[in-house]
Ligand binder design. Structure first.
Ligand SMILES: O=C(O)CCC(=O)C(=O)O
Length: 247
């Protein structure tokens, strides 16, 4: 699929899957680096109660292992096209007024990364949207989220689920899981979606298959939900100009 088709798919369905964005040794290294960072957390079990889940937040502040993925040229081309403010959407005036009312309406794009897992026997992540700003829905894309598969995503092991077309819905009432479709991926595939798309993940019904992914959330800087911590000066100086612009 070419980039134009991917962008039209995100416009129409709210998401698109890019196959084999990362392959070979680079993928293997990403899998190892992610595995090494994951931290144990309490997670909801499908059997009731709590199990040991895994996650890593604030990944950019402690690892340089993902910098090239943040500025991957294919990913950035898609994200920049999807977040393009020159493509006005519904309620554009209300969106413009909201942005203008902010103390620092910085319209550059920023990326926050974290590592997410769905552990064996972990329950669903409930269906949600990634943002709620005081602007009527739908509006043009202001958060472009993505999940790069590091394990296989299957129906059994808690694949991400999406409700196609729901980024265009006015209502903020969460749809039921029965409306959601699985996002089936192999390691190295990536799903890219509009932050207004209703999504979550299915339960991981397996007993031994974890379902890791690198979560790259691209958004306008004026959305203050996902700030990256400030890096020490010597680390910052060594980052490429291109990377510094998006973190
Ligand atoms: O881990 C998943 O499959 C879902 C992630 C998610 O809901 C999110 O990044 O907002």
């Amino acid at each position: 699929m070419n980039i134009t088709d991917i962008i039209s798919e995100i416009d129409q369905d709210g998401y698109s899957i890019v196959r084999e964005l990362i392959t070979g040794d680079r993928l293997k290294q990403l899998q190892e680096d992610s595995e090494a960072l994951l931290i144990n957390i309490d997670a909801k079990s499908i059997d009731g109660g709590t199990i040991q889940g895994r996650m890593h937040k604030g990944t950019f502040s402690v690892s340089r292992g993902f910098d090239d993925i943040i500025i991957h040229p294919v990913l950035l081309d898609i994200v920049r096209a999807v977040l393009n403010p020159a493509r006005p959407g519904p309620h554009e005036e209300a969106l413009t007024d909201h942005i203008k009312s902010l103390p620092n309406p910085d319209s550059e794009i920023s990326c926050n990364i974290m590592i997410k897992d769905a552990a064996p026997r972990e329950d669903v992540r409930s269906i949600h949207r990634d943002l709620r700003i005081p602007v009527p829905r739908p509006h043009r894309t202001v958060v472009c989220n993505s999940l790069l598969a590091l394990d296989r995503f299957t129906i059994e092991n808690g694949a991400t689920c999406v409700v196609p077309g729901s980024h265009k819905w006015e209502s903020d009432e969460a749809p039921g899981m029965e409306k959601a479709m699985p996002v089936l991926m192999n390691p190295g595939d990536i799903v890219i979606f509009d932050g207004l798309l209703w999504h979550g993940h299915f339960p991981n019904c397996s007993f031994n298959a974890s379902r890791k992914c690198l979560n790259l959330n691209y958004h306008y800087r004026w959305i203050r939900n996902y700030p990256n911590p400030k890096l020490p000066d010597d680390v910052w100086q060594n980052l490429s100009e291109e990377l510094r612009k998006v973190v």
